[in-house]
Design a protein around this ligand. Sequence first.
Ligand code: NAP
Length: 495
Amino acid sequence: MSEHTLTVAGVTVDARHWIGGERVASTDTFVDVSPIDGSVLGEIARGTATEASAAVAAARAAFPGWAATPRAERARILHAVADAVEKRIEDLSIVETHDNGALLRSHRRGVMPRVAHNFRFFADWLLRLGHDDFTTYTSGSAAGRGHTNHVSWDPAGPCVLITPWNAPLMLATWKIAPALAAGNTVILKPAEWSPLTASLFADIAAEAGLPAGVLNVVQGYGGEAGGALVSHPDVRRISFTGSVPTAKTIAAAAAANLVPASFELGGKSPLLVFADADLDLAVDLAVEQYDNAGQVCLAATRILVEETIAQEFTRRFTEKASALRQGDPRDEATDIGPNIHPRQLEKIDGFVQRALAAGARAVIGGHRGEGQCYAPTLLTDVAQDSEIVQEEVFGPVLTLQTFADEDEAVRLANDTRFGLAATVATGDRERAERVTDRLVAGTVWVNCFFVRDLQAPFGGSRHSGVGREGGTWSFDFYCDLKNTVTSPKGWRDHG
Ligand code: NAP
């Protein structure tokens, strides 16, 4: 075991960078702390421009070989990666829970199996991806007729992937899997607050047969390691999930090198509850927004309820939400774990205290909980233009507003700078159609929440993002489309 090896509840993780199929140390390190109890998990290599350049060089060197690997072979290797992840679900779950505080049972049963699925899905999609061939018939001149057009999806080159801490490996593999399937090589920079599963995953993928240099991981701080990666001139794509301010910085770096970039950003999504809804279902949907301690980009944190049922909705919601058990994310019985970091807790409390000072009323919560937890909070008496209604808190904090009719519901729902998702609870199909047509959001759920099929486009409108991921949309982003036009003339074999 090297001095860089950490042990997290019996699982060993190498905390150095993974570059060109080798572990690489840095001169400096940073400390990774568990949100469960504040214990130090270990020292992580702190990447700089030097490691960023080395990782891009390794990705460049590996690119021609991986790009030329036949699709069927790339797909086979990605399925082998999925198999290997499935064998290590327990280890990955343990490490992720200690690193970011999300529930162990969710990692075991939902998140890590889904990580494996991400590789299977894009491996299979790759094999179905179109090679479109057609014969020219509208070229504008008779000379062009009969020429064949062949559209191919060429891999773009080294891709930089930058990811946040709230669902680290899940979000990273939504990017890694399609980027690799398309024939690209990648450099991943995970968030500094939850870097461990990226490192463990690099070992798992290598053991499964992913060639050296195809996947590289650079650990470190956003502005330092991340900044060096996104501004590197040899990078061909940047895919980012995180906050709006960071996205603007990365967009400027991408623009300087004319590199296509995609952005999955934050939200302030609404849950619209109409009087004709199944009320128990609507209450369940609202309580679900506390999952992952509210650290979910898609969370419907603005509950909009039709006036006539607001009182009964609030009563049932309060009863249900008050029964949630907050505590150690390793316990099966826990519903809500800690928030990621003391700084995040402070940020959440700042939002809540400013809202209370401005006249909001806490129906439940409104204060910190035990340890690094924040008490599940529901605030009423909030103004539409207030900070608490307009800004993403990223904690277990919901607001409740009422509406008189459909028009007002839609107006309130659309009235923020975001447009990531929206959820509608109604028993009336015609209303569902009318309302969903008018909502500005990348994803709209009707009488459900958080159902995501990778075949569907995923992303946000307005300040919630640029671009879409999923199915063919991912390949659109990670490929350079090329059209080859071939004449029927000029062949020696005349054939
Ligand atoms: P963040 O502060 O923007 O950080 C995201 C990533 O960017 C981290 O790896 C960070 O590194 C890195 N970074 C920071 N500055 C950088 C720079 N100048 N150049 C390159 N990389 C840089 O976001 P976060 O607080 O980790 O994540 C929470 C946000 O993500 C929320 O807004 C949430 O809504 C959003 N999110 C969106 C989705 C979606 O799919 N739409 C999904 C999940 C989360 P460090 O960790 O070292 O700072």
